[in-house]
Design a binder for this molecule. Structure first.
Ligand code: HEC
Length: 130
C-alpha cells in the first residue's frame, strides 16, 4: 500500500516562495533612503566671507555699504534693537511686501539668512574687512 502523495507541505512552501517574491518586489519599489550630503551643520569660512560680501554689496546697495541706511533703513545693532533674529531672518528670506525689500530665499538658504541676521544683530558685518 502506497502512502497518499498529497503533500500539504509543498503547498505551504510554494506560498512562502510567492510571498517572498512579492516582498522583494515591494522592497525594490520603496525609495532608497537618500543620503543627503548637502546637509552641513555649519557654514564654511569661505561661505561666511562670501555672505559678508553679499551683505555689503547687494544689501548695501539699499541699506548702505556701512549699513547706515539709504533707500532701506540702517541695519546696525542699535536700529535692530527689539527685533528678534528669527524676525530678521524671515524678513531677509521673504522680503517685505509692498516695500523695496526683496525676498532672498532663492539666493540664500535659511541657515545663511539666519547667520546674516545674527551678524547684523551683533554689528559684525559693518566691522568686517570683507
Ligand atoms: C532694493 C533695496 C533693498 C535691498 C537690495 C535689500 N533691502 Fe533690506 N530692506 C529694504 C527696505 C526698503 C526695507 C524696509 C522695509 C519696511 O519698510 O519695512 C528693508 C528692510 C530690511 C530688514 C528689516 C529691518 C528692520 O528694521 O526691520 C532687514 C533685516 C533687511 N532689510 C536685510 C536685508 C539684507 C540682509 C539684504 C541683502 C541680502 C537686503 N536687506 C537687501 C530694501 C532693500
Amino acid at each position: 500500500m502506497k502512502p497518499t502523495s498529497s503533500k500539504p507541505i509543498r503547498k505551504i512552501l510554494s506560498l512562502v516562495a510567492i510571498a517572498s517574491v512579492a516582498m522583494s518586489q515591494l522592497l525594490m519599489v520603496l525609495p532608497s533612503v537618500a543620503k543627503d550630503t548637502k546637509v552641513d551643520d555649519s557654514l564654511s569660512e569661505d561661505r561666511k566671507q562670501a555672505l559678508t560680501h553679499i551683505v555689503k554689496q547687494d544689501c548695501g546697495s539699499c541699506h548702505g555699504m556701512t549699513l547706515k541706511g539709504g533707500l532701506g533703513p540702517a541695519l546696525l545693532p542699535e536700529n535692530l534693537e527689539g527685533k528678534t533674529v528669527p524676525f530678521l531672518q524671515y524678513t531677509i528670506l521673504h522680503g517685505r511686501t509692498s516695500t523695496a525689500m526683496p525676498p532672498w530665499k532663492s539666493l540664500l538658504t535659511e541657515k545663511e539668512a539666519l547667520w546674516i541676521a545674527e551678524q547684523l544683530k551683533e554689528g559684525k558685518v559693518a566691522e568686517s574687512q570683507h
